[in-house]
Design a binder for this molecule. Sequence first.
Ligand SMILES: Cc1cc2nc3c(=O)[nH]c(=O)nc-3n(C[C@H](O)[C@H](O)[C@H](O)COP(=O)(O)O)c2cc1C
Length: 323
Amino acid sequence: VLRTRLCDLLGIEHPIIQAAMGTASSAELAAAVSNAGGLGSIGTLFRPLADLRRQLERMPELTDRAYAVNHVVPVLDAAAFELTLAAKPALVSFALGDPGEHVKRAHEVGALVMHQVTNVRQAEEAARLGVDILVAQGGESGGYGGSVAAMPLIPQVVDAVHPVHVVAAGGIFDGRGIAAALMLGADGVNLGTRFLASPESSIDAGWRDAILAAASEDAVKVDVLNDLMPLPGTGGYGTVVRSVRTPFIDAWNARRAEARERAAQLMGEMGAARQSGRSHEFLAVAGQTAGAIREVRPAAEIVRALVEETEQALAGARRFLTS
Ligand SMILES: Cc1cc2nc3c(=O)[nH]c(=O)nc-3n(C[C@H](O)[C@H](O)[C@H](O)COP(=O)(O)O)c2cc1C
């Protein structure tokens, strides 16, 4: 049976975390994953305060299991963070910048702290702050991320912060990827894009369809978004978002100076598209795993399949050893 020390630390059955993904990760998705034995996360990025309050109130109605609430450091909202602390989740997670004093605040309410990093230096700094779990996030990830790929990053972070728990993120969509991450020294995984293709994730149908139709090379870094909307990307760790390419991205990634001049107009167009459920015509945030995701599956089924596939992959690894 698949089990790692991350399961003991968090009190979960499977070492699989559903990544926080801003407003795409609501109580319904987080609870479905936690109830299936993984760990669900609620995102606070771009979420209005009243909605966060509602999501946090729903959690105990939907599950009695552990879950995480995520804050993105460069745009951390103090009032939202107070709501999170009052909810006392099992885990508070941070990303995209040095979490500093926030680590202590989360520990004070009895939560464990997880922090996502994109290179070894950030991992060492975060370990010094006393975070309990580090997420080594490869640049192939969906959402904001760095440039180092998961394969070289994970073992380096594992070695740099030992014995702190390390969770792998980026590029993982099935049990083979989870088995590989464990071989690289990770204690578990944090999957985003795979869970976007579930009915429980709160994204528009067009966004989900874009993921199902994409090849991996269609999931591109959107540098121009940092010109149009500098935070959270240019704050903290200096990250760039990855999205399935759209005509908007193709047009403006190549004309960044002009995009900067027309930022107000372009942001207005994006805002209007969001209001009418057409935001995917501009951005369909997802990682390179989009190429491997061909169907929408309930989150609990995704967790079950991931566990089964990982066990198979690990059991099968014996064939590479001769006696
Ligand atoms: C749509 C989307 C939104 C994201 N938003 C956040 C976020 O709000 N906070 C965060 O820490 N990470 C966020 N991420 C990154 C994930 O935590 C995770 O690192 C990433 O999804 C892992 O790579 P994968 O998509 O290849 O599984 C987001 C990812 C996606 C796809």
